[in-house]
Design a binder for this molecule. Sequence first.
Ligand code: C2E
Ligand code: CA
Ligand code: CA
Length: 398
Amino acid sequence: DLDRFQMLNDSLGHQFGDELLIKVSERLNALSDERIMVAYSGGDEFMICQQHVEDIDDVINLLGHIKQCFEESYDVQGEKHNITATMGVAVYPQSGLDADTLLRNADVALYRAKEQGRNTYQFYTEGMQDREVMRLELDKDLDRALANDEFVLHFQPQLDLNDASINSVEALIRWQHPRRGLLPPVDFIPLAEESGRITDIGRWVVRAACQQLAKWQNSSHANLRIAVNLSGRELDDEGIVEHIRETLEYHGVPADRLEVELTEEIFIQNIEHNLNQLSKLHKLGVHLAIDDFGVGYSSLGYLRDFPVDLLKIDRSFITDVTERHDDAVITRAVINLAHNLGIQVVAEGVETRDQLNFLKNHRCDLIQGYFISRPIPAAELERALGSGLLNVDTPVGT
Ligand code: C2E
Ligand code: CA
Ligand code: CA
């Protein structure tokens, strides 16, 4: 299965898509011999059948050859494009005894490979089937989840290390599934992204956050800002900025009460489009934060070009920040870099007092993590704030 083919097809046109498919076919076809058969199965999927497999190394070998077909860029309509592919593998007799089963299980393995990132492969294993059934069921249920009002936002406070105040919370979505209970985002956000339902879910998140902000405006929590997460797929939606503007206006919420968290890939991929979207958001007065900073890319150039207010150091650096020299060095460097650019820094995943002290000593602005509070429902957050429970001595939530 070609990676991100749909996106290329949508943005560069069908003519482009067709030409690319032909060129890919040509390279894959060159692999065929008396043991190897190459077929096109429709869309952006190809099937390759290898017979008389003596040894698993034969398969690995073939996978290597397929991968090589994507090493050199493709020349389509006068421009070079780097294309990658993701593969699912089913081997007779372990993964199935007939063609139908083998094909279905190769598809299951392909799906798993895609979940784990692209440009990779997965062999089918037993147990994948159960996950696949669960996935299909959830996908079906997702259809009704919005209509049935099954999503909820939980809120995780961010503690300002300068004055120990709490002025912002991150909204994290959960799905109150009628049979499976409260599901975390990993169980359904990737599914929703795959099917495109993420657009509507993202719009719901914005509405729910603005509703909450409107409620807090006339209470003792009027100082609170809400940060929502927006994936790249959601930012592709041309109408999202206008939706945010309208929703803020409808609820009478000032734009600077809302913050949008975006992962680094947004600043690296599809730059022109995303820069345009983010500039519009920034002009509205919405704050912008970079999420999971430090895990994806080494390029920092984008910090110069994009209007960014806040940078969130990824939890993976914080976990061992007091034990591992390299994590400590990176964390300090990120804090200094951000401050030199006039950007505030949040550390995520703070679970201990030692981590808090380290971050405070190195002038990190805000912290977020179980040490202060788990993500909790709005009512619980209000209670905790009201009773002064949200301090560093009493972690909240279970
Ligand atoms: P994220 O934006 O990086 O959110 C932080 C995650 O770390 C949350 O997981 C939070 O519960 C968890 N966390 C917070 N403090 C600690 C800590 O001290 N220790 C540990 N071990 N974990 C901590 P959660 O709620 O499961 O969310 C996972 C991811 O799902 C989020 O990662 C975000 O990328 C995505 N997500 C959540 N809500 C939304 C949403 O409304 N829209 C979109 N597109 N994605 C969302
Ligand atoms: Ca986040
Ligand atoms: Ca994060």
